[in-house]
Structure formats: structure tokens, C-alpha cells
Design a protein around this ligand. Structure first.
Ligand code: FNR
Length: 368
């Protein structure tokens, strides 16, 4: 499928399925067990509808924002995902180029296949900002060394600790077929290996992740980094409140793209609960809310922003677009930029700060 024929992010999916090896496709696309959460991530957005306002001059729209003080041209970012070299030989370094040129922020996974230095070096302009995703290592001294390195590099502006991966999700598509790929992580050192359970890429490269990680470790983190801290993988309003009370600068609502606990709620539901029970988390301005999972359309992005999200992550669409190289990733960003602008115009807003709950309504099923 030629790139020019890709006009929406969902088009990248069948294209990538053809372009990737079976094993890479299974790793990228897999959800946990029966894929309930994977499917709900997408459909949850259908339950939110807009209240469009008309007769507004929307000739000029501005999609610019900031994430923890770092400028972004769009309220979207590249979610951290491991093993991008299965998609393209330059892997995450190509994301860095594309993200810089398009003015969006890239989250770098601890399981990135490219080396951290190579990703940072590939940036499009000297001041380009990145956020780091941290999987805490069972060998804490390894994480401490990584945190020191992150600060030394100077371009990483926040640390997001992934908290929804205390155990590897059971991704059956990923387990099928032996893992015989030569790719390993250039940051964590995680290797792709097969064993008696199967050939799970996610499971084998994540073997170092510390299941002992708990709330007391926020103090440990603060001791080892001066950067703003976010928790990625918050799935309940209680945990969101706890992270907020503990002074986390960001809460990242996510269920790991439906790859961790099957049956966990779409992050959108948790965002709705925050609106209902603790709206002060949104209004205080002390804690930014990020969200991901199943977001494929500019309308999804704008719905999340109406509910108080600061930024919206996309995982798989970027992995799939990377099969077309830098041009593919830039094309994906262009598509979402165009859709966000169209949605804003048709909603009657010209700046992201004008988005809010007044522009959305409950869905057809009355659930939202
Ligand atoms: C991920 N995700 C992920 N998350 C994380 O914190 N660290 C990681 O290393 C990875 N690795 C990873 C690999 C692949 C192939 C995928 C698809 C996902 C989860 C990712 O950050 C994000 O939460 C989801 O991908 C968002 O859902 P969508 O946009 O893929 O539906």
C-alpha cells in the first residue's frame, strides 16, 4: 500500500501487517488474553459525543500546547514502546527525527531497541525535548545509573515510571512462534528469548522489571532524579488521587494498550471518574494528566482534552507508520494534525485552552 493511499491512521494497520514479519506484527498488535480491554480502548470513545458550537470564526486554529513546560505543536505524543527496530533498522532514532521536525514529544521506552545516546543524537534540533519512560529494574543500581544518565544527557525533561507491568501480560499472539529475532534493548539490555512458555517478546525483554515496586518508591525516585515524575499506567481514580497527593507532576492514565491486565478499564473511564470525584486534580494545575489506549482519530484526541487530558499518546499507529521510515511517521503526524484542526473548527474553537466539558455530552448509550 503506497503511503499516499494512507489517509487515516487505521489504514496503517493492514499496511503494517503486510510489511512486518509475522513475529513482529504479533508482538506489536497483541492484546492480553481475550483482547477485551484492547477492543474497549477504541470503542470507549464512541460513548462520548460533542456539543459543537457554530458561527465562530475558525479561520485560524492553534493546536500548540506545553507538556510540563515543554512546547509541543500538537497535544499528542509518541507513547513509549519497545523494540522499534523490528519495524525499521533505525528504530526509535527515526522517531526522534520525525517528532522533532513535526514538533511533538517522544517518550523513550526503557526497552527501546536503539541506544539512548543514538536516539538523542538523532534529534532534529538542539533543544528538542524528550520524556523518559522508566521500567524500574530489580537491580535498583541499574535504574539509578540510568536516571543519572538521563539527567546528564540534558534533553530528557521528565521521567514516567510505568506502574502497570508488575507482571508480564499474557499475550498469546506474542507467545506463539519462537522468538528468533536479533534485536535487543539498547537501554535495558533486555533480550528476546524463547522458553517453555513460548516466544513472548514482551515477556522476555521485560524480565528485569521489579515486581516489588510500590508507593514508598516515590521517595527513592525523588532521591535519584530532580526531573518531574509521572506515573504511567494509573487505572483507577483512587490511584490517581494518591499520585496527586504524593506530588507527582503527572498522571498517565493507561492500561498499556490492552497488553497488561485484560479486563482493566479503558483509560477514558478513569478520566471520567476523575472529572466526577476529584475534579481538583484537573483544575489545580499542579498535575498534568496524560492518557493513551486506542486513540486513532483527531476526534478521540479532542474528546480526551475536553475531559481534562493535557496530552494524548499513540502507541501502535507510530510503530506501524515506522515501517515506512521517517516519511511514514511524519505522514501519521500530519494526518492527526489535520484531524485535530478539523475537529476544532467544527466544534467552534480556535485554541486548545477553549476545550472543556461544556463541549461534550453523554453518548448514545447514556453511559458517559
Ligand atoms: C507498548 N507500551 C509500552 N509501555 C511502556 O510503558 N513501556 C514499554 O516499553 C512499552 N512497550 C510497548 C510496545 C509495544 C509494541 C506497544 C504496542 C505498546 C504501551 C504503550 O506505551 C501505550 O500505552 C500503548 O501502546 C497505547 O495504546 P495504543 O495507542 O497502542 O492503542
Amino acid at each position: 500500500i503506497p503511503l499516499q493511499q494512507i489517509i487515516g491512521l487505521p489504514d496503517f494497520e493492514p499496511a503494517a501487517e503486510r510489511r512486518l514479519s509475522n513475529k513482529a506484527w504479533s508482538y506489536y498488535s497483541a492484546g492480553a488474553t481475550d483482547g477485551l480491554t484492547l477492543a474497549l480502548n477504541k470503542s470507549a470513545y464512541n460513548a462520548i459525543l460533542f456539543r459543537p458550537r457554530v458561527m465562530v470564526n475558525v479561520d485560524e486554529v492553534d493546536t500548540g500546547t506545553t507538556f510540563l513546560g515543554n512546547a509541543a505543536d500538537l497535544p499528542i505524543f509518541i507513547a513509549p514502546a519497545g523494540m522499534a527496530k523490528l519495524s525499521h533498522p533505525e528504530g526509535e532514532a527515526l522517531f526522534a527525527k520525525a517528532a522533532g521536525k513535526e514538533g511533538i514529544i517522544q517518550f523513550i521506552s526503557t526497552n527501546a531497541s536503539a541506544k539512548l545516546d543514538d536516539i538523542i543524537e538523532a534529534r532534529a534540533f538542539p533543544e528538542q525535548a524528550f520524556f523518559m519512560q522508566l521500567y524500574v529494574d530489580r537491580k535498583r543500581e541499574k535504574s539509578e545509573a540510568l536516571l543519572r544518565k538521563i539527567e546528564r544527557l540534558g534533553r530528557l525533561k521528565a521521567v514516567f515510571v510505568t506502574v502497570d507491568a508488575a507482571a508480564p501480560g499474557k499475550r498469546e499472539a506474542d507467545e506463539r512462534g519462537r522468538a528468533e529475532l536479533e534485536v535487543s534493548s539498547g537501554i535495558s539490555g533486555g533480550k528476546i528469548q524463547s522458553d517453555a512458555k513460548g516466544g513472548g517478546i514482551g515477556r522476555s525483554v521485560g524480565g528485569f522489571i521489579d515486581p516489588k515496586l510500590n508507593w514508598n518508591d516515590i521517595d527513592w525516585l525523588r532521591k535519584h532524579t530532580a526531573l518531574p515524575i509521572g506515573l504511567k499506567g494509573i487505572q483507577t481514580v483512587e490511584d490517581a488521587k494518591r499520585a496527586y497527593d504524593m506530588g507527582c507532576e503527572a498522571i498517565y492514565l493507561s492500561n498499556h494498550g490492552g497488553r497488561a491486565l485484560d479486563g482493566s478499564p479503558p483509560a477514558l473511564y478513569t478520566l471520567l471518574e476523575i472529572n466526577k470525584f476529584y475534579p481538583e486534580i484537573i483544575s489545580s494545575g499542579k498535575c498534568e494528566i496524560y492518557i493513551d489506549g486506542g486513540i486513532r482519530r483527531g476526534t478521540d484526541v479532542v474528546k480526551a482534552l475536553c475531559l481534562g487530558a493535557r496530552g494524548v499518546g499513540l502507541g501502535r499507529p507510530f510503530m506501524y507508520s515506522l515501517t515506512y521510515g521517517e516519511e511514514g511517521v511524519r505522514h501519521a503526524i500530519d494526518i492527526i494534525r489535520d484531524e485535530v484542526q478539523t475537529t476544532m473548527r467544527l466544534l467552534g474553537v480556535t485554541r486548545l485552552s477553549q476545550l472543556g466539558p461544556h463541549l461534550r455530552t453523554r453518548g448514545a448509550k447514556g453511559k458517559a
